[in-house]
Write a protein that binds this ligand. Structure first.
Ligand SMILES: [Zn+2]
Length: 370
């Protein structure tokens, strides 16, 4: 059965059930009617994983052993994220699509059955928890060989609308505490499917980086009365030298203390807690700056850069007055044929060493002719 909802920017969402009970959502702008049926045989769903507490750092680790059998870099003829055509029955039953979001087939986190509560975080005797949450896949285009930077501005606007819609809906689930849409691109960083897509992770706990950012932001507010991220953006605007793109509503810069050879943060100039709070004008001007940033990134060496592009949002239920929405793009590529590996200092000690200043990467990004 179809559930049809009208979103903003002329986007219509049609939700349908897949053969195994998962949901697929089509985000359309051209009046399409979505009626294709998922005709694949039913497969058994993996169970929910475990959450184990690392007491040394007081951090949760999700154990999702069933993900071992995931399909790895299939050729286009076997791509599960292409539309269904002819013999190949994929995750998307329709023969074309604009943007789709569907529940991940091998999720690291899945909705719990019944009431959910995290065990108390104590020490080595902390109870094992269930890996509650939700993992979704978001396909940006039905063009297998495409890339974010090649999307039309209208498609990026539709994609943003889908991210906003998912954030709004997932925020309503009582077991969800934090929502992180992200895209991994490039075999270098472990991408298993080449089709342009991202993921949406909705956690039942705050990820460690969010816990740390929240603590620091709360302390800064108590001390100064100001929001730390706003101060950071103000410094970048004052310094100017690391800004690589700017329009009326957004600014993109390589942060003062970047950790990666090419790290770019894109922030709205009117700060908000999450994607749902963006003004219509900010939404409408996101395609221009995001496409410019991605074109600059690929233009630096004239090759497709491997990157992780992740939305940082305030958590669903706390810190909404001190944490700010921003889009963080990090690339491990420092030169053609050279990657930055997270080695001893970074992996074992958490201490990043940069052999290139962000002022230099900003200049390289600015020099790209687009
Ligand atoms: Zn594909």
């Amino acid at each position: 059965m179809n559930e049809i909802v009208e979103l903003t920017a002329g986007v219509i969402r049609t939700s349908r059930s897949m053969n195994d009970g998962r949901t697929i959502r089509y985000y359309d702008t051209a009046g399409q009617s979505r009626t294709a049926i998922d005709e694949r045989p039913q497969e058994e769903q993996p169970g929910i994983g475990e959450l184990r507490l690392d007491p040394l750092l007081n951090e949760w680790v999700a154990m999702a052993a069933h993900r071992q059998s995931r399909i790895f870099l299939p050729p286009k003829e076997l791509c599960p994220l292409c539309p269904t055509t002819g013999e190949l029955l994929t995750e998307i039953p329709e023969k074309d699509f604009e943007v789709v979001v569907f529940d991940n087939k091998s999720p690291s986190l899945r909705p719990p059955t019944g009431d959910f509560a995290l065990p108390d975080e104590v020490a080595t005797d902390t109870d094992e928890g269930v890996a509650a949450g939700k993992c979704e896949v978001i396909c940006f285009t039905d063009n297998h060989g495409g890339a974010f930077k090649d999307l039309s501005p209208q498609r990026v606007r539709t994609l943003l609308e889908a991210w906003r819609d998912r954030t709004a809906e997932l925020s309503k689930a009582p077991y969800i505490e934090h929502i992180a849409p992200f895209e991994n691109r490039g075999e270098e960083i472990g991408v298993t499917l080449a089709h342009p897509h991202g993921q949406i992770y909705a956690y039942s706990y705050l990820p460690p980086r969010v816990v740390k950012m929240l603590e620091i932001a709360v302390a800064h507010k108590a001390k100064t009365g100001r929001v730390l991220f706003d101060d950071v953006v103000a410094r970048e605007l004052r310094d100017q030298v690391r800004i690589i793109a700017q329009n009326e509503h957004w600014v993109a810069y390589t942060p003062y203390a970047s950790r990666y050879p090419f790290e770019i943060h894109v922030a709205p100039l009117q700060p908000v807690a999450d994607l749902t709070e963006l003004s219509p004008a900010a939404c409408d001007s996101f395609p221009a700056i995001s496409l410019e940033v991605m074109k600059r990134l690929d233009g630096v060496f004239g090759i497709e850069m491997a990157y992780i592009a992740a939305w940082h949002q305030a958590p669903v239920r706390q810190g909404r007055d001190v944490l700010r929405l921003h889009w963080q793009i990090t690339s491990v590529r420092r030169a053609p044929g050279k990657l930055k590996y997270l080695a001893g200092s970074e992996s074992a000690m958490g201490a990043f060493i940069m052999d290139m200043k962000p002022e230099q990467s900003a200049q390289q990004l600015k020099d790209v002719k687009i």
